[in-house]
Design a protein around this ligand. Structure first.
Ligand code: COA
Length: 298
């Protein structure tokens, strides 16, 4: 499922079946010795996924212990992120500096999207502009998050969203209403999103926008903290979700100098009853630029 939102050269592994607890490495076990069984299983299985993903990068299996800030400790030169929720464990890893293709529009424009995947038919046309840059991102950080595709608890948005984010979500929800969905419900998921297996809430939209926003912000945090070793409040990241599965990220707090110039790219998908989000952060490198007529710009 992560393949829907990850670029090709980010390795990943995921599962809905827990592995035996004795697959934990000794250096990892101390983090969960006092934990309940479910917590142990998610911890061990997610690390098993991480080792499978590392092997796709040609890396030998290693312990992935937990840092004091609770982030996973990756081998030198590797960046990555872990997530688990009921019925799902996932890991994504890449070598630091890996180039991933993203295509975007000239700033200040709408956020970028991954070039590897063609635009879905329902995606809005690129904003007017003189050129379309083809950008490689040299990766510095990855954040992934999985959540059940159900509306969040009452009051979630008050806790995590600004007034403008709430207004944007209301507009997104309104723009989705009224279209008959393949399952006969009142709302259609965007073309990039495979319908969730669980039914949409009877009196609400099929897309639980509040939980999508929450997941996006969790992914932002998981990329942010290993990069900066600083905290980040929900109010300190502005996330603009788009119907086509992208989201833009703007950090609203003071950013360390070495992180200031980095580019943030978010993607989300709803599939098999899960919301999955990813945030990729890196240095944007313009590969080439073409005019809107397809001619190279000089
Ligand atoms: C850390 C946090 C993001 C985890 O998200 P979650 O939805 O609760 O749980 P998930 O299963 O998706 O992810 C848990 C994994 O995140 C990773 N993680 C935990 N703390 C982390 C950190 N500081 N940095 C990066 N990754 C972290 C760990 O790998 C953890 O799994 P593990 O303990 O088994 O190793 C969340 O608990 C949290 O503290 N949120 C508050 C901060 C925040 O989100 N601010 C919003 C800023 S916009």
């Amino acid at each position: 499922m992560l393949s829907k939102i990850l670029p090709a050269n980010v390795a990943y592994a995921e599962t809905d079946v827990d592995v035996p607890l004795d697959l934990a490495w000794p250096q990892e076990w101390s983090a969960v010795t006092r934990a309940v069984d479910e917590r142990r299983r998610q911890y061990v299985t997610t690390r098993h996924c991480a080792r499978r993903a590392l092997s796709q990068l040609g890396l030998a299996p290693v312990a992935i212990p937990t840092a004091p800030d609770r982030s996973p400790v990756w081998p030198p030169g590797v960046i990555g992120s872990l997530t688990h929720c009921p019925g799902y464990r996932g890991a994504a890893v890449a070598r630091r500096g890996t180039l991933v293709a993203v295509s975007g529009w000239p700033a200040p424009g709408p956020p970028s999207m991954f070039a590897a995947e063609p635009s879905p038919p329902s995606a809005p046309a690129p904003a007017p502009g003189p050129s379309q840059d083809h950008i490689d991102l040299a990766l510095s950080a990855i954040g992934i998050d999985a959540e059940p595709a159900r509306p969040g608890p009452r009051g979630l948005l008050d806790r995590i969203a600004s007034a403008s984010e709430r207004a944007e979500l209301a507009a997104l929800a309104a723009s989705c209403l009224g279209t008959p969905a393949p399952d006969g419900s009142a709302t259609e998921l965007p073309a990039t999103h495979e319908p969730a297996t669980d039914s949409p809430a009877p009196d609400g939209p099929a897309i639980p926008w509040d939980r999508v926003l929450f997941s996006a912000k969790e992914s932002v945090f998981k990329a942010w903290q290993p990069l900066t070793h600083l905290g980040l409040e929900f109010s300190e990241a502005a996330v603009t979700l788009q119907i086509d599965g992208r989201f833009a990220v703007k950090i609203l707090r003071e950013v360390p100098a070495d992180v200031r110039g980095l580019s943030w790219h978010g993607r989300w998908v709803i599939i098999d009853g899960l919301i999955l989000t990813v945030v990729l952060v890196g240095t944007a490198r313009s590969r080439h630029a073409v005019s809107r007529a397809g001619l190279p710009l000089t």
